[in-house]
Design a protein around this ligand. Structure first.
Ligand SMILES: [Zn+2]
Length: 210
């Protein structure tokens, strides 16, 4: 386990390594950012988006919350989204879910003991209700859990597509393309669920018939 001092010590080592490799590295980084990607992931400590994709500083704008939610009324995610699209001109927006997600698990079990996060997870519970038939056809609880993680990602990509920010961007041009992926903590692999959603026709086809 890392204690707090280790974090600062590791930071010094990292900064020294980068500077040794390229003495101009931080000076160039300080000049600004032009990331091509916005990634929206879960706050889970096992899903470090930059680390697992090899995205370096300056390459990925990131927003994380419990269960990678994109609420149409969440000023936080909307602010990030608008800034990423209108100021940074990101080309791709990815929603990254992960198997074993505690937030999705809580919605799956319908437990009410986590506090405020129970309110936060209302949309995942809706996704579960909407797809209850498909989920019921799966034999094992683990398969139902995995599938709800995937369905949650698809619904969050649809929520993204429906935001005025993305709608306006699509009217003006092609970007951003929306993507959904799921990370498997069990093998470290990020798998694509849906890619290249860049118009309403594709967005309409995101969700399997409930
Ligand atoms: Zn999670």
């Amino acid at each position: 386990m890392l204690d707090l001092n280790r974090l600062f010590s590791n930071n010094r080592s990292w900064a020294a390594r980068e500077t040794t490799a390229n003495p101009a590295y931080f000076r160039e980084l300080a000049e600004g950012q032009e990331p091509h990607f916005l990634a929206i992931g879960c706050s889970d400590s096992r899903v470090p988006l930059e680390l697992l994709t090899g995205a370096g500083p300056g390459e990925m704008f990131v927003h994380r919350n419990v269960a990678n939610q994109v609420f149409p009324a969440d000023l936080n995610v909307l602010s990030v989204l608008q800034y990423a699209i209108e100021a940074l001109h990101v080309k791709h927006v990815l929603v990254v879910g992960h198997y074993g997600c505690g937030g999705v698990q809580a919605a799956m079990d319908d437990t009410r003991r986590l506090g405020l996060v129970d309110n936060w997870l209302g949309d995942v519970r809706d996704v579960k209700r909407r797809h209850r038939r498909e989920l019921a056809e799966l034999d094992h609880a683990s398969a139902r859990f995995d599938r709800l993680v995937e369905l949650n990602v698809l619904h969050q990509v649809l929520n993204l597509a429906r935001t005025p920010v993305v709608q306006d961007a699509w009217v003006l041009g092609k970007h951003p393309k929306l993507h959904g992926a799921v990370f498997d903590v069990r093998d470290g692999i990020l798998r694509s669920l849906v890619a290249e959603v860049d118009n309403n026709e594709k967005a309409d086809g995101l969700i399997p018939m409930a």
